[in-house]
Design a protein around this ligand. Sequence first.
Ligand code: ADP
Ligand code: MG
Length: 211
Amino acid sequence: MRGRFITFEGVEGVGKSTQIAHAAQYLLGRGILPLVTREPGGTPLAEKLRALVLEPQHGPVGPTEELLIMFAARASHVAAVIRPALRRGRWVLCDRFTDATEAYQGGGRGVNPVWIRQLARIAHPRLMPDLTFIFDAPAAVASARVSGRGTGHDRIEAEETEFFERVRRAYLAIAAREPGRVRVVDATQPEVAVADVVAQALEAALRNRGD
Ligand SMILES: Nc1ncnc2c1ncn2[C@@H]1O[C@H](COP(=O)(O)OP(=O)(O)O)[C@@H](O)[C@H]1O
Ligand SMILES: [Mg+2]
């Protein structure tokens, strides 16, 4: 039996961490102990790169530096954590992946999407998620939740609303392009309703796990 690579996407505050925890619980109930991880991060090197790129005191960080740091962290994470886990048949739940780079550095910062696809081929050749949830909500809703969470803003979260609306549009463009892989979930619904939608998609993935 092979594992599944499942990613959770959407702007900050939309509910990714909340839903990844529900998804892990759901899979546990079905006898699967998933590996839960996040980007940027997931290895000691990638967590250091995360701190460098997100902590405001290291700014200013240009779009090209941001892009390359994200992919350096991703290459480390894929090689040391994601691929070995998938090879062992683990299910991997990852908070953000290359779609986030297309949305933030592409849609948000205006980096050429062709470069992003080329770097994806270098950092994780032949690896894309089996299933991706894009949690969608207006930027104002997500940012109100970040404020409610009380964890403060990192360098990228400190951008203005228009930046997050560009990120959101880029995410929706990915979903329109790859409907077989990507599920858009209305994240303005109550937490349990969102969790139900995710659980139904996980159930479908479980039914197909013989291949
Ligand atoms: N569907 C929801 N409705 C209302 N609040 C939510 C919902 N999902 C999550 N939250 C709350 O919003 C905040 C941000 O959620 P979180 O999961 O941390 O988002 P993300 O990981 O995408 O940044 C948290 O305080 C969380 O409890
Ligand atoms: Mg989170």
